[in-house]
Design a binder for this molecule. Structure first.
Ligand SMILES: C[S@@+](CC[C@H](N)C(=O)[O-])C[C@H]1O[C@@H](n2cnc3c(N)ncnc32)[C@H](O)[C@@H]1O
Length: 244
């Protein structure tokens, strides 16, 4: 864990990824055509909107943890009175500022130590594609727990991947240890072999059908049981409640 460099993921730094823009930093920076990233983005936005609506409440203060270029922040902000973003990469904070979703003073560069918020400050947080290694999960969750009030919610759009140790059991162990209850958890997208992705990426598919394909992907992935023998990674939605 001491050797972990949180500025680099799979050989490329977050700053380098940020040169590829809001989708490039968050999703597949090699997707120059953009169809794959539009598809993944639609999957995430549909899943996030459903999760937020499903909680049937409005929030006072929301945190977009690892906000990148604020890709999901407008949706998050539409369910909260006030929204903040934190990120460890200055180039990502600059991108989020340029997106102009929330005032600059609510976009905070944070790298180590306690998050710069009081205990119980938020009643909602989102983490999307940030906890990509077990070391990040272990480092981030105690702080996310500290700044989330009892009864508050967390929404994760993160990855299940046996190869990286990101197993269902591993997530549950961290949630239990840091005081969260799981309200909902299921895969929303498979990383390979998806017919819906092939359809959305083909030239025959008009961009207007991207969201239809994304809904098909969520429905199909949700029926999949991720287990110890599953190959490749899945995007997974977790909806959490902070316990008292
Ligand atoms: C794949 S991007 C996702 C960005 C955004 N959540 C989205 O879905 O569009 C990962 C982001 O997390 C940030 N990040 C990575 N590790 C982090 C950490 N330990 N604490 C805070 N931010 C982190 C990176 O700088 C990058 O902006």
């Amino acid at each position: 864990m001491a050797d972990e460099n949180f500025d680099v993921y799979e050989g490329l730094s977050w700053s380098e990824r940020a040169r590829h823009g809001v989708f490039g930093v968050a999703l597949d920076c090699a997707d120059t055509i953009g169809r794959k990233n539009s598809f993944i983005d639609s999957v995430h936005k549909i899943a996030l909107a459903r999760a937020l609506r499903g909680l049937r409440r409005r929030f006072d203060r929301a945190l977009d943890f690892g906000c990148g270029g604020a890709r999901l922040m407008p949706l998050l902000a539409s369910f909260a009175k006030v929204t903040y973003g934190v990120d460890r990469t200055p180039d990502c904070i600059a991108m989020a500022q340029a997106a102009n979703v929330v005032p600059d003073e609510r976009l905070v560069l944070w790298r180590d130590g306690p998050l710069p918020f009081e205990d119980d400050f938020f009643d909602l947080f989102l983490s999307a594609y940030v906890l990509l290694r077990t070391a990040v999960l272990d480092a981030a969750f105690p702080e996310l727990a500290r700044v989330t009030a009892a009864g508050g919610n967390g929404i994760l759009i993160e990855q299940l991947d046996n190869g990286r140790g990101l197993t269902v059991e591993r997530y549950h162990e961290v949630f239990d240890r840091t005081g969260f209850r799981v309200i909902e958890a299921h895969p929303i997208r498979r990383s390979s072999g998806s017919r819906w992705l092939r359809f959305a990426s083909s030239k025959r598919c008009p961009p207007s059908l991207c969201r239809v394909a994304a809904r098909g992907e969520i429905a199909s992935a949700s029926r999949t049981r991720f287990h110890a023998g599953t190959k490749g990674y899945f995007d997974c939605l977790f909806v959490l409640e902070r316990l008292a």
